[in-house]
Ligand binder design. Structure first.
Ligand code: 13P
Ligand code: SF4
Length: 366
């Protein structure tokens, strides 16, 4: 069933204001800690050797002396702060493999956020992920190491836009991708991620669904379902840059190559893919099939992280960098734990409404 209508701003929006953070409230509650030594020496080398073993295929030996003192300091500080680090699959290998307590796609990170026992969650990902963790944990302290880590999808739509859509399409349920602000989630019936979008849309039993804000994910869902989809013109600035032409060239150069793509890519890109799925599903595909050569049509760090685990698989370009994900670095994570910044806050009334939409998604049977 094709998309029945695509709505949305005709021109690109100016960036939304920076997300709300709570000043230095968390610092006042927890207090600052002194900066630890960041010297590279034999003791640091010995202590971090098991962690280096995890990334040695993708982190050159001459870079490890820079990363290792941060890795050691961050892991010690996590214990001192009773903090956990949740890291998205797009985080760089030294974060993903060496300081994260839990890694995954957006759905896995949201699920994990409901199980966290620690006082503090440090979200190594982008702002909507940290906000989702806060929505699910109103009493915990949620930190993001760089508050400017945004997302072009999240900034493509506001809560006002959703309210207007509801007036224009009365009675049509609204599904929003988790790549949205709390305000947008609060106006939705249910959230979804790239790993459950089809299941969520079909769970509503509706003839028509408003699906926001990713036009290409909406088109992908529409291609798999009989439900009529009303889409929005939001795009991921990373995935929209891939083209069908570049993948056809890759395929011509090696017909046996496996091309696996994220559903935020345009339809002509997905048409060239052997498999389409969320970041976690893409990783599982490579783990299970062990292709000789593969293109992961998504953010570049994904391939590095899987390469660290599976050195026999050859990862072929293209890939694109997400500038927002790349704002998160080891020095900023260290600073976040030392100075309890940046604390993510969500207005409690908005959080309560948004929680309903996120929990409704989490509660869907797998
Ligand atoms: P996943 O939920 O598939 O990890 O996607 C999140 C994201 O931002 C992809 O660009
Ligand atoms: Fe947003 Fe795209 Fe970056 Fe994912 S890759 S966080 S969708 S801009």
């Amino acid at each position: 069933m094709p998309i029945v209508e695509t709505v949305g701003p005709k021109t690109a929006r100016s960036p939304l204001p920076l997300p709300e953070i709570a000043g230095d409230n968390a610092l006042r509650r927890f207090g600052a800690l002194p900066t630890p030594s960041l010297q590279w020496n034999a003791e640091v080398e010995r202590e971090t050797a098991p962690l280096y073993a995890r990334v040695k295929n993708v982190v050159p030996p001459n870079e490890w002396p820079f990363f290792a003192p941060y890795v050691k300091a961050i892991n010690a500080l996590k214990r001192e702060r009773n903090a956990v680090i949740l890291a998205h699959n797009y985080q760089t290998p030294e974060i993903y493999n060496c300081v994260a307590d839990f890694t995954g796609d957006s759905l896995q990170l949201a699920r994990e956020a409901t199980r966290v026992d620690a006082d503090v969650i440090v979200q190594c990902g982008v702002h909507f992920m940290a906000e989702t963790a806060k929505i699910l944990n109103p009493d915990k302290t949620v930190l993001i190491p760089d508050r400017k880590a945004g997302c072009s999808l999240a900034s493509s739509i506001t809560g006002d836009d959703v309210r207007l859509l509801r007036q224009r399409f009365p009675g049509v349920p609204v599904v929003t991708y988790v790549n949205t602000s709390a305000d947008v989630k609060a106006e939705s019936d249910i959230c979804c991620t790239s790993s459950n979008a089809l299941q969520v849309v079909e769970s509503l039993g509706a003839e028509r669904v408003i699906f926001l804000p990713d036009e290409y994910l909406a088109k992908y869902v529409a291609s798999q379902s009989k439900v009529k989809i009303i889409a929005w013109k939001g795009h991921c600035e990373v995935h929209e840059r891939f083209t069908g032409d570049e993948l056809r060239q890759v395929r011509e150069s090696d017909p046996s190559i496996q091309i696996i793509a994220h559903p935020e890519c345009p339809p002509d890109v997905l048409a060239e893919a052997d498999f389409t799925g969320s970041t976690a599903h893409m990783i599982d595909f490579v783990r299970q099939r062990r292709p000789k050569r593969v293109v992961m049509v998504t953010e570049c760090s994904m391939a590095d992280n899987v390469q660290a685990e599976l050195p026999d698989v050859e990862f072929v370009r293209p890939c694109n960098l997400c500038p927002h994900m790349k704002r998160i670095t080891l020095p900023k994570i260290l600073d976040s734990l030392l100075h309890m910044k940046e604390e993510v806050v969500v207005d409690p009334a908005i959080a309560a409404k948004a929680r309903r939409a996120v929990e409704r998604m989490i509660d869907l049977k797998r």
